[in-house]
Design a protein around this ligand. Structure first.
Ligand code: AGP
Length: 370
């Protein structure tokens, strides 16, 4: 096992550090920047059907569901196809309106999750075309779906999903850009700009790992005794906030909630005092001014702020208690980069609390029973 961990203390840390490679592997052979194309067999073979979809429903559980929420933002922004995202466990029991004009995208790291399997079967019975995004090659879900794309993140052993999540986001980005380019909603110029940025992600993820690792490890020490955490983000980074909170609760057993930052006023603000740590994702793009006022509102109530900002930020940084800088990218890709320090933060808080990071209590890597 020590050899498999490659010198890291836990599989989770190893997998966090593998992300420059896993994202690169997700993109390999698919993103051809010089030729200006995205080549994905699963999509290419069914491009017409996908682009004629009246709506796309994304089904998944847990972290994969969070990836699905970001997929909704991506596909609606770039391909202009309406998207709904559902927990597979709800979808399967509520007789949803699905027809043979619908596309269902099922996302699953393991490809074995029982609820996602059952939801796929139901969608197929209703005539939908089901597209799978799985990490485990030849898994049950990859076999029962009509078409699909593998994430190619490599084996993920830690129960808390890390590299599979960022690879899911990478595949969803490829799909959204490919559909948008094909159906004409995305101009060639915009497409070229975005694929160039996508291509630069492995490098930026490496950069953020190097520049934040030790710093986040130090920050984590201040929060070992926390009982609650609030994670906030807007737009693309709202689901990233949900995912940050899930990571923390899974492995450290600290209660954590993710919220869209603007929703703070509708309830969670009542919880804020000097004992409430708040992680806020505040990149330059994406309603930055609104985030600045959210940060000020938190500070006025003495909340302890850990802010994730782009390099060189001064406005949010001057108010926050702790600042984590990450490289700039388009808003749509920022969750991929912002997730890295969030994973590290959850990891180190859990390690300092003496928790079993790779095998958290009560959790299984894949939930194959209801
Ligand atoms: C992630 O950290 C969790 N352990 C869990 O939420 C997981 O994402 C969920 O069970 C779905 O698994 P899947 O992607 O293998 O279907």
């Amino acid at each position: 096992e020590q050899i498999e961990k490659g010198g890291y203390e836990h599989f989770m840390l190893k997998e966090i550090f593998e992300q420059p490679k896993s994202i690169h592997d997700t993109l390999r052979g698919r993103l051809l920047v010089e030729e200006g194309i995205i080549k994905m067999a699963g999509i290419w073979d069914h491009l017409e059907r996908l682009n004629q979809a009246q709506k796309i429903t994304i089904i998944a559980c847990g972290t994969s569901w969070h990836a699905g929420l970001i997929g909704e933002y991506l596909i609606e922004e770039f391909a202009r196809i309406p998207v709904e995202v559902e927990y597979a466990s709800e979808f399967r029991y509520r007789n949803p309106i699905i027809t043979d004009k619908d596309i269902v995208i099922a996302i699953s790291q393991s490809g074995e999750t029982a609820d996602t399997m059952a939801a796929i079967k139901m969608a197929k019975e209703k005539g939908a075309f089901v597209y799978g995004i799985c990490n485990v090659v030849d898994s049950s879900i990859s076999r029962i779906t009509d078409a699909g794309s593998y994430t190619h993140a490599g084996p993920e052993i830690g129960v808390a999903s890390t590299k599979a999540f960022t690879s899911q986001l990478t595949v969803l980005s490829l799909i959204a850009l490919k559909l948008g380019k094909h159906n004409g909603h995305l101009s060639n110029q915009e497409f070229m700009k975005l694929i160039t940025e996508l291509d630069a992600l492995p490098k930026k993820v490496e950069e953020v790992l190097e520049s934040t690792h030790e710093h986040v490890k130090e920050i984590a020490k201040h929060f070992i005794g926390a009982q609650n955490f609030l994670y906030l983000g807007r737009g693309y980074n709202f689901p990233a906030a949900l995912e940050g909170a899930l990571k923390l609760k899974e492995i450290s057993y600290i209660h954590a909630e993710g919220y869209p930052a603007a929703e703070m006023k509708h309830g969670p603000i009542a919880l804020i005092d000097e004992n409430m740590p708040i992680v806020i994702i505040a990149p330059k793009q994406g309603h930055y001014d609104k985030i600045v006022s959210n940060v000020q509102e938190i500070k006025a109530r003495k909340g302890r702020i850990i802010a994730l900002v782009n390099k060189g930020d001064t406005q949010v940084a001057s108010v926050a208690d702790f600042v984590i800088e990450f490289p700039e990218t388009s808003e749509c890709f920022s969750p991929i980069i912002a997730s890295i320090p969030l994973q590290l933060l959850a990891y180190y808080i859990a390690v300092y609390r003496g928790a079993n990071v790779d095998q958290p209590r009560n959790l299984a890597k894949s939930v194959t029973v209801e």
